[in-house]
Ligand binder design. Structure first.
Ligand SMILES: Cc1cc2nc3c(=O)[nH]c(=O)nc-3n(C[C@H](O)[C@H](O)[C@H](O)COP(=O)(O)OP(=O)(O)OC[C@H]3O[C@@H](n4cnc5c(N)ncnc54)[C@H](O)[C@@H]3O)c2cc1C
Length: 321
């Protein structure tokens, strides 16, 4: 029944969609089960009306940007996923930028840096869309989209559209009222307050530094979601003390160049998780790489391993199971 009604709606409104498609063909890390409808609105008006229609007909749907923060398990088979990536216009005004929800942060940041705006230098390597970066309060190198938000255009599940100031967004470390499920709905667009940089050449230089930092100290974007955890504290147990002491000695003796890799291998070995080696980035233990078809089951062991080494772990990515 839902199928028939939805199909009718999609064709009447000229919406681009794919039917019975594997999420692994669509998602950032190429995972996920079958999706009945993957819908890609091309304009904000199409997105708004589609989501209103889905809400009013009580058709459950997921809204996604570039899926660079979501691990879709193979068991996850949603009826409807709405992708915002084609709703991606932005207009630069006097002291503000109006961005559709699906604007790429990287594209916007590079453009704004070229035009001399402050605060974008760290965002030139941040995957994802503008709305998601508000949803996640994503940021890096002291830059974030959410710190520039003047207001967001919000479609509530009741179908009303309102402009919200930053207050109700409840932004906190890598989170927001939306991420914590205190608020629901779709962020349609975001108005950013922007200023010209006092020293744009300095910002451009810092931008190059951040790109180099990502290249040398972080995993490339392929088949990973960046950091799986946003907070963690090393446990004060005997195994960790041994690992830290050995790493200090190796560092002092300059036996190894890559201490992060050395420490990772030592931790895996001392905790008995050597089989995880190929799935954990050599550059950052917080980054899991969905390298092959076994990665999904190994991810459970990865979380178990991290829980033994660290305490106060706060997961940053979203899992759809
Ligand atoms: C290689 C790599 C490096 C990364 N480095 C960083 C980093 O340095 N700092 C950092 O903070 N993050 C980092 N991330 C994580 C990621 O970039 C951010 O979380 C980003 O905001 C996700 O954007 P997205 O469009 O892919 O969101 P998605 O993964 O598609 O969605 C994330 C959430 O936002 C919701 N959402 C999406 N659009 C809307 C909308 N219009 N309205 C309401 N809800 C919506 C979705 O439902 C979902 O719950 C990294 C990721 C990768 C792959």
């Amino acid at each position: 029944m839902i199928n028939q009604l939805l199909l009718q709606y999609l064709s009447q409104h000229n919406l681009n969609f794919e039917h019975n498609i594997s999420l692994s063909k669509k998602t950032w890390i190429k995972t996920g089960g079958m999706c009945s409808y993957w819908i890609v609105p091309q304009t904000k008006a199409q997105l708004t009306e589609l989501c209103r229609y889905l809400y009013s007909n009580k058709i459950k749907f997921d809204i996604v940007g570039q899926t660079s923060n979501i691990f879709f398990h193979s068991t996850y088979c949603p009826d409807v996923v709405v992708s915002t990536v084609k709703v991606n216009n932005y207009v630069i005004g006097d002291g503000f930028i109006d961005c559709d929800c699906g604007v790429s942060v990287i594209k916007l940041a590079k453009d704004c840096l070229e035009r001399g705006y402050a605060g974008f230098y760290g965002l030139v390597g941040l995957p994802g869309t503008v709305a998601s970066s508000v949803y996640n309060n994503a940021g890096c190198f002291n830059c974030s989209i959410s710190s520039m938000v003047e207001s967001v255009e919000w479609l509530s599940p009741k179908g009303t559209v309102q402009w919200l100031q930053p207050g109700p967004l409840g932004l906190s470390s890598r989170s927001s009222a939306f991420k914590r499920k205190e608020m629901e709905g779709v962020l349609l667009s975001v108005r950013l307050k922007v200023n010209k940089a006092a020293d744009i050449e300095n910002e451009k230089m810092k931008s190059e530094e951040t790109v180099n930092y990502r290249k040398t100290k972080q995993e490339g974007p392929y088949k990973n979601l960046g950091s799986v955890f946003c907070e963690m504290t090393m446990r004060r147990n005997i195994r960790n003390k041994i690992v830290m002491a050995v790493t200090r000695i190796v560092s002092a003796m300059r036996i190894r160049k890559n201490l992060r890799l050395f420490r990772k291998k030592l931790l895996l070995s001392i905790y008995g998780y050597n089989d995880l080696d190929r799935y954990i980035s050599d550059k950052d233990i917080k980054t899991f790489v969905w390298k092959d078809e076994h990665a999904e089951s190994q991810f459970i062991r990865y979380k178990e391993f991290m829980g033994k080494v660290y305490t106060n772990l706060v997961i940053e990515i979203e899992e759809k199971i």
